[in-house]
Ligand binder design. Structure first.
Ligand SMILES: [Zn+2]
Length: 266
């Protein structure tokens, strides 16, 4: 599998703050995380539960991003996990799930980026210092604060890239500019019909390191914005529920009123 093994590294070469990944399910997708030292990795997983895009073919393939040791047989290195989904910490073996260790590369040249046949292995964006990367990952772990897992818009690669760069795209803090999404998304399906050169140019301009609308957002601001957004969504849902309830009550009154009038007439 030479196409995907260029970034393979040995465990001895690992450094705290590295963005690492391992291929899953016959190279269908890769799972990403931040190595924090002492054999531990912080990563974002959908766990065993459904993601937002429940029901898609890929969701059915991606059952879980973490090795399943069985409910009563936890990994001796990880111990009992407080979280089984969202941002979690696990040992390197559980993260790799018997896959090979790969290093996601930052600050790659345009020429290097263009030679990659598959997204989700490198970016032209530079990495922040490793202490900042680890600090972001630990903060998001502590509050499990990276939101709901979404296969294309908010996945493990987005988490690791955000920890490495603190970059988000546009005013609405959109993530999801990850290489895997750019490889398997709708636009990529169209692009597959184009020549490899045109395809890679499209992928290049989707890269967070190339986008003019990418901005650095401190982790506390990202979490605060997401919480605010969640509150907004919950309020909207509550309002919709209240409106539905009001309409139902109104119709009940109409029916009751018509019944009373009909009774009096008879
Ligand atoms: Zn483990």
């Amino acid at each position: 599998m030479g196409l995907f093994s260029n970034n393979k590294i040995s465990r001895d070469d690992l450094k705290p703050g590295d963005h690492i990944y391992a291929w899953r399910n016959a190279y269908i997708y890769s799972h990403h995380g931040i190595y924090i030292g002492d054999g531990k990795v912080i990563h974002f997983t959908r766990g065993d539960g459904p993601s937002i895009r429940e029901g898609s073919v890929l969701d059915k393939i991606i059952v879980s991003s973490v090795t399943n040791h069985g409910g009563y047989n936890p990994c001796p290195n990880c111990g009992k996990r407080s979280n089984t989904r969202g941002v979690i910490s696990s040992c390197l073996d559980c993260f790799l799930a018997r896959g090979d260790l790969h290093l996601f590369k930052y600050s790659v040249s345009l020429a290097t980026f263009m030679t990659k046949l598959r997204g989700g292995t490198c970016t032209t964006a530079p990495s922040d210092p490793s202490d900042e990367v680890i600090s972001r990952a630990k903060f998001l772990l502590m509050i499990n604060g990276f939101g709901d897992y979404h296969l294309f818009k908010n996945n493990c690669e987005d988490f690791a890239m955000y920890c490495k760069t603190s970059l988000v795209v546009g005013q609405s803090y959109v993530l999801g500019r990850n290489g895997q999404a750019n490889t398997v998304g709708l636009a990529a399906c169209v692009a597959r019909m184009l020549t490899p050169l045109v395809r890679n140019v499209i992928r290049l301009f989707s890269d967070v390191g190339m986008r003019k609308d990418a901005i650095k957002v401190p982790v506390e601001s990202l979490v605060a914005w997401r919480n605010k957004d969640d509150t907004f969504v919950k309020r909207e849902r509550r309002l919709q529920h209240t409106n539905k309830h009001s309409v139902l009550t109104f119709y009940k009154h109409i029916v009751k009123f018509r019944f009373v009038i009909f009774s009096k007439l008879c």
